[in-house]
Design a protein around this ligand. Structure first.
Ligand code: ASP
Ligand code: MG
Length: 440
């Protein structure tokens, strides 16, 4: 068994869906195909839901109609025969009927999740209809029958495994299964999801649950690159990464793979392949247990970082100080990315400002608090990078002229992170491209 996951842009146009059908019929291996919603759909569903939560029914209705129009155009080019077209119209009608009903009932969190689930339900059903018309044997699987999260909103891998095994057993003769990414049921059996971009996570969980040979993540970019191609002129694709290296890169902004996607695959030792639907023959990036080589492999940047400095003379020689500070962040469920300490101050970073004012208020009881907004973490990643000779010397030389706000070194052997003002991001990535990779 293998898993093949296709993202929003890979199924976002009828012709792209046609391409996907070719990719999934290329070999004989049994496969579970995991699909995202058509690109743009989840954003529209969020906007519909937001309008409903503000009780702006008019705006919600307009957005529902626009989205419905989009699907009507989509199905015209997806299928050719009258019978298939009639079925496609029924599928679209069913889901938009639901969305229209939401205009008449009161809005709440559970309904919000139901609305968000429509995107993946539509994409998979329409894709199955296309396969049916094309005569490609397959089986539709409802992810809501087996994808589960627990009371802490964490995937319940053992339950997923049991339920999925039971489901698959019903179809011993099928080789191609189609299911939804992103959506699941929670501990209360309500429809829920694995958070935005969560289809990669679904794929990795399904791959782990079925002990798949590989988890293929198909996007429209050819694998991970050593640097951000939108910012620097020359980048090179990375053919192989270890799970540890990939985790560091995914957390720090390499947009191509959702960070949570790493652990299930790593746990079950299923290699993850990042492949490009536009260039299916390209090698892409393989992520597996072993690293291919030591030393610097890539840099990645993450924007929207807030640096917080807590300065207190009471910290001098005190124990338990860090615990008290960290407890404040725990209380507001805000995770910390970078930490550095001196004898009298602690600097740390967060990327979620939802509770910033509450956090700052509580931190003020420990000392003076300073905030720097609009910071960027630049992470330099590679196996055993901290043991690489001359690396620090080379790195600091390369960073000449950049006002570095924080440095994290030694937290992991595979990562060195620096914090800079966002205004210096382009310059930093360009200088690193030259200094560490010799690319200009
Ligand atoms: N459709 C969902 C989103 O846009 C999940 C995904 O695409 O991974 O967030
Ligand atoms: Mg996506």
């Amino acid at each position: 068994m293998k898993v093949m996951k296709f993202g929003g842009t890979s199924v976002g146009k009828p012709e792209r869906m046609h391409e996907v059908s070719k990719l999934i019929t290329k070999d004989e291996e049994s496969k579970i195909v995991v699909l995202s919603a058509l690109s743009g759909t989840t954003n529209s569903l969020v906007a519909i839901s937001d309008a409903l939560s503000k009780n702006d029914k008019k705006a919600a209705k307009e957005k529902i109609d626009t989205l419905e129009g989009h699907y009507h155009n989509f199905i015209k080019e997806l299928v050719t025969g009258d019978a298939a077209y009639a079925k496609a119209k029924t599928i679209v009608a069913e889901h938009f009927e639901f969305l229209n009903i939401t205009l008449k009932i009161s809005h709440n969190e559970a309904l919000y999740k139901d609305i968000l689930a429509q995107g993946e339900l539509l994409s998979t059903k329409l894709f199955c209809l296309f396969l049916e018309e094309a005569g490609i044997d397959h089986q539709y699987l409802a992810a809501l029958d087996f994808m589960r999260i627990d009371e802490h909103d964490e995937p319940a891998l053992d339950t997923i495994k049991t339920l999925l095994e039971q489901t698959l057993k019903q179809y011993p003769d099928k080789k191609i299964f189609i299911t939804q990414g992103y959506i699941c049921r929670n501990a209360k059996s309500e429809v829920d999801n694995l958070k935005r971009g969560g289809s990669d996570y679904s794929a990795s969980l399904i791959a782990a649950a079925t002990n798949s040979t590989v988890c293929e993540i198909w996007t429209d970019i050819d694998g991970m690159h050593n640097n951000d191609p939108r910012i620097v002129n020359k980048t090179r694709p990375i053919e192989q990464l270890s799970f540890d290296e990939a985790a560091e890169l995914a957390y720090f902004g390499a947009k191509i793979l959702h960070p949570t996607c790493i652990w299930p695959a790593q746990l079950a030792k299923v290699p993850v392949k990042l492949l490009n639907t536009m260039q299916p023959e390209a090698a892409g990036t393989t992520i597996q247990e072993e690293a291919s080589s030591d030393g610097v492999k890539a840099v990645a940047a993450k924007d929207g970082i807030i640096a917080i400095k807590i300065k207190s003379s009471r910290m001098l020689l005190a124990y338990g100080f860090l615990r008290k500070i960290f407890e404040v962040f725990e209380k507001y469920r805000t995770s910390i990315d970078m930490v550095t300490t001196s004898e009298v101050a602690v600097s740390l970073t967060i990327d979620n400002d939802a509770y910033l004012s509450q956090i700052v208020e509580e931190l003020k009881t420990f000392g003076t608090v300073e905030i720097d907004n609009d910071q960027t973490i630049v992470s330099i990643v590679g196996n055993e990078i901290t043991e690489t000779e001359d690396l620090l010397e080379n790195l600091f030389e390369t960073l000449k002229g950049i006002p570095v706000r924080m440095v994290n070194y030694g937290g992991s052997r595979h990562n060195i992170s620096i914090l800079i003002p966002k205004a210096f991001k382009e310059q930093t990535l360009q200088q690193l491209n030259k200094g560490l990779f010799g690319l200009e």
